[in-house]
Design a protein around this ligand. Structure first.
Ligand SMILES: [Zn+2]
Ligand SMILES: [Zn+2]
Length: 338
């Protein structure tokens, strides 16, 4: 029986363990992917630390997967062996629950999440639901595609659904793993992009990524500076500090939206300011497989790329620590196989 290596977590707060397992066979409606690369996302800590409700252990994390389909189960009409694909956080949908019937596929009651409710990409092979699979363009290397499957689609899909139009002021709060992609996408979409981060040292990077202006939140008041530019149509908040989110909302233009991507526990909102200018504070779910596929295609054509630190699968534990340290520039990606 053919076997594979996977990196699993056996209990909340347990270590990463490299173990040998049988290569699984895809059931009806599922495909098997030979993994080539898998990004490490901060949300993988939900598995490592056991903070996501209902996780069954052992679990293989990883929801920024790039690879090649090598086997398909029965009833899979749209995919075939040999296709280069990616899989992201959304682990697929049923197509017949009420949310799916209304077109809100991301909210499917099955709640499937890759590397959370089923095993993910810290592995040589994984199974994915056919509705969770996105086509990867031939021009994109697996290590380039992987981080776009969560960080990338989250930024791209939030921005393209934000209501901002070309020429509008769009601010990106935070210039880390998410923000460095957000600035690039926003620039390529034709917005007037303002990068906001702490310290003067990130200004050259912001400009290199396509920002037209940079605000240092330590020495400047970002809200006041945004208002000087006429106010932001959208502020894309990628940080995890509720205080930092609260502090920028005053920079919203009339009808402006503070779009929350970072998972802060709480923040302050100012109802009078919001209602007087019809401003809003809104969350955004990354997207489903077709959104990821659009992200990969757009990134390929426009040249948007993640800056990555690369580790082999065997060093997943070290790579994860590097991601958690917050010092990686900017995403950490595992390479799998020879
Ligand atoms: Zn993620
Ligand atoms: Zn459904």
């Amino acid at each position: 029986m053919a076997t594979m290596h996977v990196v699993q977590v056996s209990r909340p707060d347990g270590p990463f363990e490299t173990v040998e397992r049988q290569i699984p066979e895809p059931g009806a409606g599922w495909v098997r992917i030979r993994v080539q690369a898998c990004g490490i996302c901060h949300s993988d800590s939900l598995v490592k630390e056991g903070t996501f409700p209902g996780i069954q252990y052992p679990r293989v994390p990883g929801h920024e997967v790039a690879g090649v389909i090598d086997s398909v189960g029965s009833g899979v009409a749209s995919w075939q062996p040999g296709q280069r694909v990616g899989v992201g956080w959304n682990g697929g949908y049923c197509g017949h629950c009420e949310h799916c019937r209304r077109g809100d596929l991301f909210a499917c009651v099955t709640g499937r999440a890759t590397g959370i409710t089923y095993d993910g990409g810290y592995a040589e092979y994984m199974l994915a639901h056919a509705t969770a699979v996105a086509l990867m363009p031939a021009e994109l290397a697996p290590v380039e595609a992987a981080p776009l499957m969560c960080a990338g689609v989250t930024m791209f899909n939030a921005l393209r659904n934000s209501g901002a139009r070309p020429g509008d002021v769009v601010a990106v709060l935070g210039l880390g793993g998410l923000g460095h992609l957000g600035v690039q996408y926003a620039a390529k979409m034709g917005f007037y992009v303002v990068g906001i981060a702490r310290g003067k040292d990130k200004e050259p990077l912001a400009c290199e990524l396509g920002a037209s202006a940079y605000l240092d939140s330590q020495s400047q008041d970002p809200a006041a500076e945004l208002l000087r530019l006429g106010g932001a149509r959208v502020i894309l908040a990628t940080v995890t500090s509720g205080d930092a989110m609260s502090a920028v909302q005053g920079g919203l233009a009339v009808n402006g939206t503070l779009l929350l991507i970072g998972a802060a526990h709480s923040m302050q909102v100012f109802p009078l300011f919001l209602l007087a200018g019809r401003r809003s504070v809104r969350g955004w779910y990354s997207g489903t497989a077709i959104d990821s596929q659009d992200t990969l295609a757009f990134s390929t054509r426009s040249g948007v790329r993640s800056m990555n630190e690369i580790f082999p699968l065997e060093r997943a534990s070290e790579a994860y620590d590097r991601m958690m340290s917050g010092k990686a520039r900017f995403r950490v990606v595992l390479t799998v196989g020879r």
